[in-house]
Design a protein around this ligand. Structure first.
Ligand code: SAH
Length: 362
């Protein structure tokens, strides 16, 4: 990792201090502090991204993931271009402002062409009105460039963990952390707003690891964070961990990680991941109060949702987009937050990164 980016020891120490605030009182204090930083830097507006999980076909075998290649118990699906466009049109009509396309990882030409073509069609909706994020794993720089040219302008690629030993265990087939980090650099060079994140509470992961993850985000000058709790999936090699799994503890750790990240990174976008809601009914709202400012409501057709289960207990499997919309709006408004309808909701961090003068003036 050293040759990719040097992390700042002072940031690690500060992150560790924040993450250690685990008693009920200290955590409440941490969340209040993070919420204050959120109001000062990105404001109280929650931005939405309609999430289309368009295929669970995957060429990788990540140990934790329910759609890993070797899981023969999940039926494989892919949406047609028209089905993706239907979801995109719904997202536009319902003023979500932005769309996220996510799928299992594929690197073949057919897939790359399909995504490129679909992006071009999406950009025609409302004359290019929708912001478009993609989350399609590790690709070559050339592929990232083609998708950028076709209209995607944000990319989410979680680093998953910055502990190289843990990374190597969780990702067989010779995948490695440096390769993934290099993808983040390539995305940034191409011009994307770059998002990353980790799973929180992985087996053998320590508070030290999480503190170093935050320092990594900072050193990479990341614009967006998407991270959530690790939750065992029954059809993966990590299924046995379900026995000792403590949802309460895992949830609290995830919330502290979000809060510490907000306090240290300040003006980035931070998503309240759906996985938080798998652990606690009001998990995503609680994350908004601990520093998150983005929610990604599922807009995938209901019939496909069950087959896109990365972890157990995924919420909203039987709901449709309209139900998710109403439910979520109520949840957000109940927190006293407002929704940035019809807006892209880019992270102020990105604007400041590409135009440092702006930061000085504000
Ligand atoms: N293939 C794409 C995106 C799909 S996976 C990619 O690799 O970027 C999206 C994210 O789901 C992963 O980055 C991982 O962090 C998360 N995920 C997978 N399995 C999980 C589990 N069991 N618990 C929690 N999060 C999980």
């Amino acid at each position: 990792m050293k040759h990719i980016v040097e992390i700042d020891k002072k940031v690690v120490a500060r992150a560790k201090q924040l993450l250690a605030m685990d008693s009920a009182d200290a955590a409440a204090d941490l969340f209040r502090q993070a919420y204050g930083v959120k109001l000062d830097t990105v404001g109280p507006t929650v931005y939405l991204r309609g999430l289309v999980e368009f295929s669970n076909i995957c060429s990788r075998n990540c140990l934790y993931c329910g759609i890993r290649k070797s899981n023969r118990n999940t039926p494989r699906f892919r949406l047609s271009k028209e089905e993706i466009l239907d979801a995109a049109r719904w997202t536009y009509q319902n003023q979500y402002g932005s769309l996220v396309l996510q799928s299992g990882e594929r690197n073949d030409d057919e897939f790359i062409d399909f995504v490129e073509d679909t992006l071009r069609e999406i950009k025609k909706i409302g004359g290019g009105a929708l912001g478009v994020t993609i989350s399609l794993g590790e690709q070559t720089r050339e592929t990232y460039q083609r998708w950028f040219d076709a209209g995607a302008h944000r990319y989410l690629l979680r680093i998953e963990t910055t502990n190289p030993t843990l990374y190597a265990i969780l990702h067989p087939d010779g995948d490695n952390l440096e390769k993934r980090a290099r993808c983040l650099t390539a995305l940034r060079d191409v011009g994307y707003q770059v998002g990353t994140g980790v799973m929180i509470g992985l087996p053998e992961q320590t508070i030290d690891d999480l503190a170093r993850d935050i320092a990594f985000f900072k050193a990479m000058d990341i614009d967006m964070i998407g991270m959530g709790p690790f939750i065992p999936h029954h059809d993966t090699p990590l299924a046995d961990l379900a026995e000792s799994f403590d949802p309460e503890k895992q949830f609290n750790l995830a919330l502290r990680m979000i809060a510490a990240t907000r306090i240290i990174l300040e003006d980035v976008n931070i998503a309240a991941a759906t996985a938080l809601q798998a652990l606690k009914e009001d998990g995503r709202e609680r994350a908004l109060k601990a520093g998150a400012n983005i929610i990604m409501p599922n807009v995938t057709a209901t019939k496909y949702r069950r087959a896109y289960q990365l972890y157990d207990n995924k919420p909203c499997l039987d709901e449709n987009s309209n139900q998710c919309k109403t439910c979520l709006a109520n949840r957000i408004l109940s927190q006293g937050e407002s929704i940035g309808l019809g807006q892209w909701g880019d992270a102020p961090h990105f604007a400041a990164r590409v135009n440092p003068e702006k930061r000085k003036l504000s």
